[in-house]
Design a protein around this ligand. Structure first.
Ligand code: GTR
Length: 416
């Protein structure tokens, strides 16, 4: 190939690269006009009351999310759960909590390390919060006795450099989980690393809980978010085997991709008494049709493993999606649900999260008038929703903070 041709080729590749670069929309004026699917029209039938919702509305809506968004767990997957205590320390956090590390085995094959805190002094069984963490249980608790997870070694081998990174990450997410604060308020906390349930990369579904389906895969098969959500149900089964915890009063909680997961877990498994979505954005609480920040196109190309194959078909074609995310929030009804946004988290479309939360109200109303108390997106720094639907907008970045936990705990005090 001569010099001229090489230059042309390089130019073409650069041009294509540029043309394909995703540019998010952050301009409210450029949000397209859209009309949302009616949450009360399911499979061509109108849901008139809560009985209709329970008879066909809920199941039909769930089915659409399985088919078009997250995928379905194949029948016959072994959901058996065994737990073993690997470590126990009585009197952590200045004497107020018991910490335990459990090895949870799912389907006889998948090993998950679950870190649990329960208040030391308690009357009876306690309610609690269950959520996946990003980078390992050791990031939630700086104590060297907490087993490290592979959160920093995406797909690769653990060499000396990576071991060091893991060690340095000890306790780095302690504030995000606020375990001591939860204990002080009388709640248990249980958490496990997402990587234990399903590695967060496109590995052709060869790892994590997907090994349990023995390779039966198709267009509607479970993606990673569905794997994590199913895994959360298994961790709830595990909590049911722990004496101090009341598994009928567990809130499933998650931040960002794990907030998407918390909503899907809560939708699928009605044993979750509450769901909390923290800054979950596209594919979580935010409406897909607004095309603001992250979009279906971008999320399905950057994280193809998160969803089922079919979701990609709605890339740049969101208007054709048979569902939108307000219907995901509605699937929690009549159980309490909480959505939180942050002012600077534009990628997650905070306003789209609010609108979606607001539009879920029609389903909550079937169970008795829900008062959300706001017509417009509220100012940051206060909790809105006077009933089973809670929302706040926090000033600041994409994160789950002490301020967020303050609102969650007040909401949980009321409903758990
Ligand atoms: C981003 C992704 C978001 C969100 C976030 C996270 O890269 O685009 O959808 O899930 O990651 O999980 O931190």
């Amino acid at each position: 190939m001569d010099h001229w041709m090489i230059c042309c080729l390089v130019g073409l590749v650069c041009h294509l690269g540029k043309a394909q670069k995703f540019v998010p929309n952050y301009d409210e004026a450029k949000v397209p006009e859209y009309s949302l699917p009616n949450a009360l029209e399911v499979g061509g039938r109108m849901v008139r009351d809560h009985r209709d919702w329970e008879n066909f509305g809920r199941a039909g809506t769930l089915e659409m999310f399985r088919k078009y968004v997250y995928g379905r767990v194949p029948k016959g997957v072994d959901a058996g759960v065994q737990i073993e205590i690997e470590e126990e320390r009585v009197g952590v956090f200045g004497g107020i909590a018991v910490r335990r590390q459990y090895l949870v085995t799912i389907g006889g094959k998948v090993k998950v390390r679950m870190l649990v805190y329960v208040p030391k002094n308690r009357k009876g069984r306690v309610p609690g919060f269950l959520g996946l963490n990003f980078l390992g249980n050791h990031t939630v608790d700086g104590d060297k006795a907490v087993v490290t997870n592979r959160g920093y070694v995406i797909g690769g081998k653990i060499d000396e450099k990576r071991k060091k990174l893991i060690e340095e990450s000890r306790g780095k997410r302690a504030l995000r989980w606020s375990a001591k604060k939860l204990i002080e308020r009388g709640y248990a906390l249980a958490t496990a690393c997402r990587w234990d349930l399903d590695p967060d990369f496109d590995d052709g579904f060869q790892n994590g809980v997907h090994v349990l389906d023995e390779g039966q895969r198709g267009k509607e098969s479970w993606g990673t978010i569905a794997g994590w959500a199913w895994g959360l149900s298994r961790l709830l089964d595990a909590l049911g085997q722990i004496d101090e915890v009341d598994e009928t009063r567990i809130a499933v909680v998650g931040h960002s991709r794990l907030g998407k997961t918390a909503l899907w877990a809560g939708a699928l498994d009605q044993r979750f008494a509450m769901a909390i979505s923290n800054n979950s954005g596209c594919g979580g609480a935010a409406l897909s049709r607004r095309i603001y920040g992250e979009t279906v196109e971008r999320i399905t190309s950057r994280f193809p493993h998160w969803f089922c194959e079919g979701f990609k078909e709605f890339s740049k074609n969101e208007g054709e999606l048979p569902v939108d995310q307000h219907q995901l929030i509605a699937l929690m009804a009549p159980r309490p649900v909480y959505v939180a946004s942050a002012t600077q988290d534009l990628w997650a479309d905070p306003k789209g999260e609010f609108l979606s939360w607001q539009k879920a109200k029609v389903v909550y109303d079937l169970f008795g008038g829900e008062v959300i108390g706001v017509e417009k997106w509220p100012e940051p720094g206060r909790r809105v929703g006077e009933g089973r639907m809670g929302y706040h907008l926090r000033q600041g970045k994409h994160d789950m903070t002490q301020e967020d936990w303050g609102y969650y705990l007040d909401f949980a005090d009321r409903w758990l």
